[in-house]
Design a protein around this ligand. Structure first.
Ligand code: ADP
Length: 408
């Protein structure tokens, strides 16, 4: 019984200790909270909260302003990158050590140096004259500009080197003027050719008229002969004027093509009919070889007949009597390939690439040679039809002039 009492008493005292310990902990915590509360009241909380709110909204507006500026800057950067990407002029930016920091695609293409960034200007431009322009800009810290002809690369460039005043590097701007230069040369050649071509017939007309004035006019034999030669020279000049007019009209795109769907055979037959007499007079036989089931071509019949007539005219001029000329047409990929083949004197291989140039004649002294404009006109007409023209020829054996015209 005593034992039971002792155990009961022990349990009761343990419970009392536990409760007392819990009470002390609770009390301590309450004291802490009340202290903090008192402290917070002395801070005047509502005003500080307002200040904090102001600060936070100021920071927010700063952030949104910053974001706006960042996106404007990004948009500008993208626009600039697109311009540099699409520019036909090459742009290179190099640092003060001559290491390329930026190169647009045009620069890499122009200097034939892919992956230019990270390499030196010397490695990228690979030409001493170009490097020299950049060096001068670095040394003088002044803009340098130069026109340079690079025969090995068949390029004509303008290089502008602009110093970067802040970073000590430079910006190189390269313009490819090769095409402009070529056009200028063609124009200059054209003027010099035309004056040359006019001088010869005009000089002979002058000589003939002077001879007539000096008494040949009343000579019953010489008079009519000289007049006949004058007429021939005038005809040649008239033809040249007409051909030049045709050429300039076609080249400037003034000639509107009256395109229609035409059977190739009809084109060959009408050109052959027109040239038959001339071929017979020159002692040549003119053949036409063309199947009836070729697809129609999309062409201006009058202009294509002019091409065929020019080619047949040449075949007749440059083939000896007894030879023959053949007009052919056959199917090609989405086009019809026309050909004018002769058994004539042929064209030396060196001259083959040049016969389509204006005024080009293989042998200017060759009898029957004309103005050198016929093939040039033919080429322009064929190209206006989106076709191609070319020649295969062997000296002494003959020539074949081919051209293609897309099917209708
Ligand atoms: P041309 O009025 O002199 O015939 P073209 O432009 O028609 O002018 O021809 C240019 C030159 O090409 C001719 O002068 C001639 O030397 C050469 N040529 C053209 N066609 C032939 C051909 N069928 N056979 C040989 N040479 C040709």
């Amino acid at each position: 019984m005593n034992a039971v009492l002792a155990i009961g008493f022990g349990i009761a005292s343990l419970a009392a200790v536990w409760f007392a310990w819990r009470y002390i902990r609770l009390r301590r915590r309450l004291d802490m909270y009340s202290g903090a509360l008192r402290q917070s009241q002395s801070l005047n909380l509502p005003t500080d909260v307002r200040n904090l709110e102001d600060l936070s909204s100021a920071v927010n507006s700063l952030v949104s302003n910053f974001n706006l500026q960042l996106s404007t800057l990004n948009a500008k950067h993208k626009r600039l990158a697109a311009v540099l990407e699409q520019m036909t002029d090459g742009v290179l930016i190099a640092d003060s050590n001559g290491q390329v920091q930026f190169a647009n695609p045009a620069a890499e293409k122009l200097f034939e140096s892919p992956n230019a960034v990270g390499r030196t200007v010397i490695e990228v431009v690979r030409h001493h004259q170009l490097v020299e322009v950049w060096r001068r800009c670095q040394q003088t810290n002044e803009l340098q500009s130069e026109f340079l002809e690079l025969p090995a690369r068949r390029q004509f460039l303008q290089l502008i080197a602009i110093p970067d005043q802040h970073a000590g590097g430079s910006l190189l701007l390269a313009q490819d003027l090769t095409r402009v230069r070529r056009l200028e040369t063609v124009r200059r050649d054209f003027i010099s050719n035309i004056s040359h071509e006019l001088r010869t017939p005009l000089a002979s007309l002058k000589a003939l008229t002077e001879t007539l004035q000096d008494g040949a006019f009343s000579d019953p034999q010489a008079g009519p002969r000289f007049l006949g030669r004058i007429a021939t020279e005038v005809d040649a000049l008239t033809q040249m004027a007409q051909e030049l007019l045709d050429l300039s009209k076609i080249e400037s795109g003034q000639v509107a093509l009256n395109l229609a769907s035409i059977p190739p055979k009809a084109l060959l037959m009408s050109a052959a009919d027109r040239m038959k007499m001339q071929a017979e007079r020159a002692g040549l036989t003119l053949h036409v070889e063309c199947s009836n089931d070729l697809p129609n071509v999309r062409a201006d019949p009058a202009r294509l007949e002019q091409v065929l007539v020019n080619l047949i005219h040449n075949a007749v001029k440059f083939t000896r009597p007894g030879g023959d000329a053949t007009l052919l047409a056959e199917a090609a990929s989405r086009a019809v390939r026309f050909a004018v083949k002769d058994s004539g004197i042929g064209i030396p291989s060196d001259d083959v690439p040049r016969v389509f140039e204006r005024f080009y004649r293989v042998d200017k002294s060759r009898a029957g040679s004309g103005t050198g404009l016929g093939l040039s006109i033919a080429r322009h007409i064929v190209e206006a039809h989106h076709g191609k023209i070319w020649v295969e020829s062997e000296e002494g054996k003959g020539s074949i002039f081919y051209f293609t015209i897309p099917v209708a």
